[in-house]
Design a protein around this ligand. Structure first.
Ligand SMILES: Cc1cc2nc3c(=O)[nH]c(=O)nc-3n(C[C@H](O)[C@H](O)[C@H](O)COP(=O)(O)OP(=O)(O)OC[C@H]3O[C@@H](n4cnc5c(N)ncnc54)[C@H](O)[C@@H]3O)c2cc1C
Length: 480
């Protein structure tokens, strides 16, 4: 569906113009009174669309938009931005809605559903050009047909390109290749004031830097040119376990320094009996004719070798492994429960102490039987995206509470959100930084603190590209 431009010029969005207005009586009356959205019988079919846009993977925050626009063309998005700006309405792009705290929502504004703009345009030897609503799984399927891959993939591939570029996009190869935002060659953007611009390191570099990891504050990414590298044929994945955090951390440092793994992560896992399991997860990429030797890969490590789990898969099977986990969580219902996650980076110099102190205060129930606490070191040198905030050290530790509660008990979830808030304050106090996909409220002043030396840059870019403050209110970066 496309926007009816004449209706836009009249200042009216009609039912047939692809915007679904609220359907029930009171809300429809408000919509009619306050603006031009009409609530015809046709709209009743779209209450599900509005309800879906008022929810996300977190299932904690619910904000009902006035309308949902399915993005059909760049010109339509530009029209929408000018139209909404002129009426003081907020706009939030929505990729796959996997935020955990309403970041793609807007109360009584317009949600721009980007999932309909997902064309894969070209694959070349060094890049792929895609619409921003494409998922990383679609990107990967297209590139693997040419033996190529993006250098960094998120663990879960059903996230949109635009959605991860808005925050960073971290994966097990980030210690070597940076974030997904570090592997973007060019972006097509509709700015908050409705201009269609292209940006890269050399063209409109200020916009390029404001968009990548800029929390959707300055523009909507419509198309991206993404760097590609040769895909490995196969991977061997090693899960090895340790008796405590100290032993895990020591070996993580060794393998990070010597570079034996091509992918490195790690986690503290609930053991189901109230204690924790400490896991290092390393992957070796290889071509089928040169398989690694397991004893050589694991040499010098102090893990409990009797519990090691080693899998050998094609690259495609391996990067899609999360899909099986998703199926499991969908079948046991936990995919649909609230997900009050907390994602942070700890300083290398105190990571073990901070993580250990926090673990002392957490129970298995706080994380859930299928949840995990991500914990592993990575180099910061390859991370060059200005708005990706990290502690100022050469190594940092992602430390993430990936909570997957067994129930949807509202009171418990509220407690977890409050605990996230307290833990964030504690981590901030030790020099840590958040990865901005966590579930807890942030004030504008706290975002100022988060962006630190880059705050002025973001402020100026906001003034230049979204002067009316139309875009992406869900983070509360700027006061309404
Ligand atoms: C199961 C799961 C696993 C995850 N694993 C990882 C991981 O390994 N690494 C990692 O980095 N993150 C991970 N995440 C977090 C995830 O990357 C972010 O929540 C991401 O923003 C979600 O992408 P999305 O397409 O669902 O975005 P949405 O939730 O739809 O949107 C997220 C934000 O991006 C904005 N946005 C969306 N599209 C655009 C666009 N085209 N232009 C501008 N702004 C836009 C939205 O307005 C919103 O503010 C995971 C999340 C889940 C649920």
């Amino acid at each position: 569906m496309t926007i009816d431009k004449r209706a836009l010029l009249r200042g009216g969005l009609t039912a047939t113009a692809a915007l679904a207005a609220r359907a029930n009586g009171a809300t429809a009356a408000k919509a009619k009174a306050s603006d031009e959205l009409s609530a015809s019988a046709e709209h009743s079919r779209d209450t599900h669309v509005l309800a879906a846009a008022a929810d996300d993977f977190g299932h904690i925050i619910h904000k009902q938009p006035r309308a949902v626009l399915k993005a059909a063309s760049v010109a339509d998005i530009a029209d929408l931005m000018r139209w909404a700006g002129g009426r003081g309405l907020k706009v939030a792009a929505r990729g796959q809605g996997h935020s955990t705290y309403g970041r793609a929502m807007t109360e009584d504004g317009i949600v721009l559903d980007m999932s309909t703009m997902s064309t894969i345009h070209h694959v070349q030897s060094d890049r792929i050009i895609v619409d921003a609503g494409a998922t990383w799984s679609a990107v990967l399927n297209a590139t693997l047909a040419h033996g190529l891959t993006p250098p960094v993939l998120t663990n879960y591939l059903e996230l949109s390109v635009g959605g991860t570029l808005a925050i960073g996009g971290i994966g097990g190869t980030t210690f070597r290749h940076g974030m997904q935002t570090d592997n973007v060659l060019e972006l097509n953007v509709v700015t908050g004031d409705g201009r269609e611009l292209t940006c890269s390191e050399n063209s409109n570099p200020d916009l390029f830097d404001a968009i990548r990891a800029g929390l959707g504050q300055c523009g909507i990414v419509t198309r991206a040119s993404l760097r590609l590298v040769q895909a490995p044929d196969r991977v061997r994945r090693f899960h090895v376990f340790y008796p405590d955090l100290r032993a895990l951390t020591a070996d993580q440092r060794i393998v990070l320094a010597d570079g034996r793994f091509d992918y490195l992560q790690g986690a503290v896992l609930p053991d189901g009996a109230g204690a924790w399991r400490y896991q290092l997860e390393g992957v070796v990429f290889y071509d089928s004719y040169a398989a690694p030797k397991n004893t050589a890969v694991l040499s010098g490590l102090s893990d409990d070798r009797s519990t090691a789990a080693i899998t050998d898969l094609t690259y495609h099977e391996d990067v899609n492994a999360f899909a099986q986990f998703e199926n499991l969580l969908r079948s046991n219902g936990q995919w649909f429960n609230p997900h009050p996650w907390l994602l942070t980076f700890l300083r290398d110099s105190n990571a073990e102490q901070v993580a250990s102190d926090i673990l002392d205060d957490l129970t298995n129930e706080d994380i859930g039987p299928f949840g995990r606490i991500t914990y592993y070191p990575m180099f910061t040198k390859p991370l060059r995206t200005p708005l990706v905030r990290l502690p100022n050290e050469s190594i940092v530790f992602p430390f993430n509470l990936v909570r997957i509660p067994e129930s949807n008990d509202v009171a418990k979830v509220e407690q977890m959100v409050a605990k996230n808030r307290a833990l964030y304050d504690r981590i901030r106090g030790t020099g840590g930084v958040q990865y901005p996909v966590g579930a807890f409220p942030m004030s504008s002043d706290e975002w100022k603190d988060h962006f630190g030396s880059k705050w002025t840059f973001l402020q100026e870019a906001k003034r230049r590209y979204d002067p009316l403050g139309t875009l992406t209110p869900g983070y509360n970066v700027y006061r309404d």
